[in-house]
Design a protein around this ligand. Structure first.
Ligand code: ATP
Length: 218
């Protein structure tokens, strides 16, 4: 069983990492792949380029063997549509159960995702929620896929929807970028190694940094 956890990861933080580890254990995944997007379809291009966001992810999971980093979206031209990512993973793993994990905030906008219904052709969808989260109103397409026991996901390669409560850590990358921009210390919100990388490359000091300038250390 392979889990897929996509995001901008600008930067990766303990909200991502704690939930990734929890679902890896709860769903007894063989792998959980963290997949940074190149061009997010629904928001501005991140002000830190993909290779740097990828490098921070590698630093963050260096001591967590079950968490892997997958660079495929960075290598694909155009917007990073999750349906394309899942289609490619399905082609590579025809006999494997795939689960896409997304946060409740991302799930709220699911119907605006490119070809969102096709996600279920390739994978299950698990929404990571806070404890005691009530089920949202959903279209019939989603209601009929809902299952109440995560063991049911083992019976099919994809196509089901499940809500999983995880530890709620109220951390966002936006908050971290804002703290750094304000000259404040983000320690304990993300791994020290990632903070060291951010400092070394002087990331997030201004809102519209020139990426090439940063890479050249100018
Ligand atoms: P930003 O603040 O820039 O929007 P973010 O912190 O929300 O970033 P993303 O990389 O956009 O992080 O999110 C990737 C995935 O991680 C999404 O599915 C999102 O719902 C989930 N996620 C983000 N923060 C948390 C958190 N604190 N706890 C659980 N899941 C999270």
């Amino acid at each position: 069983m392979i889990g897929i956890y996509g995001g901008t990861f600008n930067p990766v933080h303990y909200g991502h990492l704690r939930t990734a580890l929890e679902v890896k254990e709860l769903f007894e995944l063989d792998q959980l792949r963290l997949i940074p997007c190149r061009l997010p379809p629904h928001r501005d291009q991140p002000d830190v380029d993909g290779e740097m966001r990828l490098a921070m992810l590698h630093l963050a999971v260096a001591d967590s063997p079950g968490l892997q980093v997958d660079r495929r979206e960075l290598d694909r031209a155009g917007p990073s549509y999750m349906v394309d990512t899942l289609q490619a993973l399905r082609a590579e793993n025809p006999d494997t159960r795939l689960i896409l994990f997304i946060g409740a905030d991302a799930f709220a906008g699911l119907e605006s995702w490119h070809q969102w219904q096709r996600l279920f052709d390739y994978a299950h969808l698990v929404v990571m929620t806070r404890p005691a989260y009530g089920l949202p109103d959903m279209p019939a397409f989603l209601c009929q896929r809902l299952c109440e026991d995560r063991r049911q996901l083992r019976q099919q390669f994809g196509g089901r929807l499940f809500f999983q409560a995880v530890t709620g850590l109220d951390i966002s990358a936006t908050q971290i970028r804002n703290l750094i921009r304000a000259g404040r210390d983000p320690q304990f919100l993300l791994p020290d190694r990632v903070i060291a990388y951010i400092r070394q490359h002087q990331l997030y000091l201004s809102s519209t940094q020139d990426i090439e300038c940063k890479q050249n250390n100018c």
